[in-house]
Design a protein around this ligand. Structure first.
Ligand SMILES: NC(=O)c1ccc[n+]([C@@H]2O[C@H](COP(=O)([O-])OP(=O)(O)OC[C@H]3O[C@@H](n4cnc5c(N)ncnc54)[C@H](OP(=O)(O)O)[C@@H]3O)[C@@H](O)[C@H]2O)c1
Length: 333
């Protein structure tokens, strides 16, 4: 099968279009013919080697985490899916590879594609949708009347998280540049801070939850917009010791995580705030909840660009440039 692979970890290096063997299917997996693949910063970060310690992949590696497509084969123990089903998923860690004609996905990580979405739209959802779900629903159980600050509202995670938070009846603040204010308002944001001309710290007070996706300075400022007892969840690091335990990282990696996060954890304790790092995971059951919200019209995909499969490197570079409004997808079929 045709696939885009990483041969060695290197920043900004192009992926190589290669002929790779179709992955062998395990008993609990289905083989998905990829119709569209979502592009994420995680793909660029893995290609650059930033995740070497957390996700020690063997090279060459077929890249890509998000898929929408059609089931072409089912493993012996698979019960919920059959050949011909239209599905979508965030591929499993250590079984990624959606920038390819076929990808295996565990039955437990897969869901039927929302009926009202195209393949391209569906491929844009899983990784960012599950990230928002695992932060706002699973981790903080966001509810009516709470105030949440979602950074970078015009990005992949932001465009989904704003809609999810509004669905949960929270008050939503976000950061965006002037050109994206109308977009984030259309998604339901109540307070929009233009991060190029205003400091969110001067505008936001007593928030219950912050979803941090930016740099260390932003993380530190975020502590100061939370009320005592508030929750700071970061998806852009630093990883904390709890995460090290969750992924059963080796001792020295856990030590690195402890050290990297010691500053923010100490400051959070002093402010009476709970700090945690989140690294999202594949989940078919949560994806089914998301399908329900999309089919009910509560959440819609926000698409920036669709690239042909042959331009996967251009799609990755576009995402890496950091200006995407919503999601970027490559189309195979
Ligand atoms: N831990 C996890 O499980 C997990 C999961 C998903 C994502 N992430 C991480 O979360 C981060 C965001 O991911 P993403 O996919 O949402 O990124 P993205 O879609 O590439 O974000 C691009 C958007 O960010 C906006 N932006 C850039 N700098 C900003 C700033 N300083 N303040 C406010 N907005 C800003 C841009 O708007 P302008 O053009 O107007 O600047 C653009 O619309 C990345 O670091 C990603 O790796 C982590």
């Amino acid at each position: 099968m045709k696939a885009f692979v990483v041969d060695r970890y290197q920043r900004h290096a192009a992926l190589r279009l290669a002929d790779m063997p179709t992955p062998e299917l395990r008993e609990d997996e289905v083989l998905v013919e990829v119709h569209a693949a979502g592009v994420n910063l995680l793909d660029a970060k893995i290609r650059s080697g930033e995740f070497k310690l957390i996700l020690p992949y063997r090279l060459p590696l077929v890249l890509g985490h998000d898929v929408a497509g059609v089931v072409v084969k089912v493993g012996m123990r698979v019960r919920q899916f059959k050949v011909g089903d239209e599905v979508y998923a965030r591929a499993d860690d250590f079984r990624i590879g959606t920038f390819a004609e076929f990808v295996p996905v565990k039955e437990a990580s897969l869901a039927l594609k929302p009926k009202n979405l195209t393949m391209e739209e569906a491929a844009s959802i899983p990784l960012v949708g599950l990230t928002a779900w695992q932060a706002l629903v699973e981790r903080v159980d966001l509810n009516r009347g709470q105030k949440v600050f979602i950074q970078a509202g015009s990005g992949g995670v932001g465009t989904f998280a704003i809609q999810l938070a509004k669905h949960l009846s929270a008050t939503v603040a976000t950061t965006a540049s002037a050109i994206n204010v109308a977009l984030v308002k259309s998604l339901g944001a109540d307070v929009v801070v233009d991060y190029k001309t205003q400091d969110f710290e001067d505008v936001l007070r007593d928030y219950d939850v912050v979803l941090n996706s930016q740099d260390g300075k932003t993380l530190e400022k975020s502590l100061r917009v939370l009320r005592r007892g508030g929750k700071l969840i970061s998806i852009s690091g630093p990883p904390d010791p709890q995460f090290g335990r969750q992924v059963a990282a080796p001792g020295f990696v856990r030590l690195v995580m402890r050290l990297l996060s010691s500053g923010v954890r100490r400051k959070a304790r002093q402010s009476g705030v709970d700090y945690s790092f989140l690294f999202m995971r594949a989940s078919g059951s949560q994806l089914r909840e998301i399908t329900g919200l999309i089919e009910a019209g509560a959440i819609r995909p926000v698409m920036d660009r669709v690239f042909p499969f042959s331009s996967t490197n251009e799609a990755l570079a576009y995402v890496e440039a950091g200006r995407a409004k919503g999601k970027v997808v490559v189309r195979l079929k």
